[in-house]
Design a protein around this ligand. Structure first.
Ligand code: CP
Length: 280
């Protein structure tokens, strides 16, 4: 198989295992490219990509923009904070105005779950979801899985306060553990997720201090485990909350490898999505 089964990359749940494998294999080739002295290839020449960010981002925005430039795409950037969205313009009107400028691919971050799916049903461009609120962040998941690819097919456990664990999550085939030490003792890789205060309209735990005491990873805890585990974090890191600086900057952490892999994975996603446009 050399093409994706989907026209848009809206979420992991829409991808087949073969799509994920194809993205990872394509990312291998682009990772080699971005480590050459000349890091640019002409794969997306004549393709215009709009990066629409309706919510703040550092890593994802920069990573997509770099991936697009490495592929020689024409790139336009839109940030809601400095736009007519502030004057009450709707998502569809904003995007249709941008598409009138002949954009082929839209990379969009939006706080509303399902915003990418909504857009894909209303506009004639390929959509890549760069995070839709509390829902999906598919390229983050793809770069995370790429970074620990030899462990694909692994058993998964989620750990945190019961208030933050989605109801019925077991139905996805994961185990739930409320005790951090037990979870760390069980795993080979721990992906430390940020407490997303911006999405919390109520208090899910008594205080940040208590959260850190129960669910923060520090060196003492890591060194007390039976084996050395790998630490991941998607960023941005709340240093001293879910992870100490000592752990984040240690040899056990692969956080900056994730960032590097993110560019290669996003190059792969953009290349595979754009390849389908050219053939239609
Ligand atoms: N990991 C991640 O999505 O970071 P940003 O919010 O900075 O894009």
């Amino acid at each position: 198989m050399s093409e994706l089964s989907v026209d848009h990359v809206l979420g992991i749940k829409y991808l087949t295992p073969q799509d994920i494998q194809l993205i990872h294999q394509t990312a291998d080739q682009f990772k080699e490219v971005i480590n050459r002295p000349i890091k640019k290839v002409p794969s997306l020449r004549d393709i215009t990509v709009a990066n629409l960010f309706f919510e703040n981002s550092t890593r994802t925005k920069l990573s997509f923009e770099l991936a697009e430039k490495r592929l020689s795409a024409d790139v336009i950037n839109f940030s809601a904070a400095q736009s007519s969205v502030k004057k009450g313009e709707t998502l569809i009107d904003t995007v249709n105005n941008i598409l009138a400028m002949k954009v082929d691919v839209v990379v969009m971050r939006h706080p509303n779950p399902g915003a990418g799916v909504f857009l894909s049903n209303h506009i004639n461009a390929r959509i890549v979801n760069a995070g839709d609120g509390a829902h999906e962040h598919p390229t983050q998941a793809l770069l995370d899985s790429y970074s620990i690819r030899e462990k694909l097919g692994a058993e998964v456990m989620v750990c945190g306060p019961a208030t933050l664990i989605p109801k019925h999550i077991e139905k996805l085939g994961v185990q739930v553990e409320l005790d951090l030490r037990k979870a760390l003792q069980w795993c080979d890789v721990a992906n430390m997720l940020r407490v997303q205060n911006e999405r919390m309209d109520i208090s899910y735990f008594p205080s940040v201090r208590e959260y850190t005491q129960q669910y923060g990873v520090n060196m003492e805890l890591l060194q007390s485990l039976d084996k050395e585990i790998t630490i991941m974090h998607p960023g941005p890191i709340n240093r001293g909350v879910e992870i100490t600086s000592e752990v984040a900057d240690s040899d056990q952490a692969i956080i900056l490898n994730q960032v590097e892999n993110g560019v290669a994975v996003r190059m792969a996603v953009l290349y595979l999505v754009a390849s389908k446009i050219k053939r239609n």
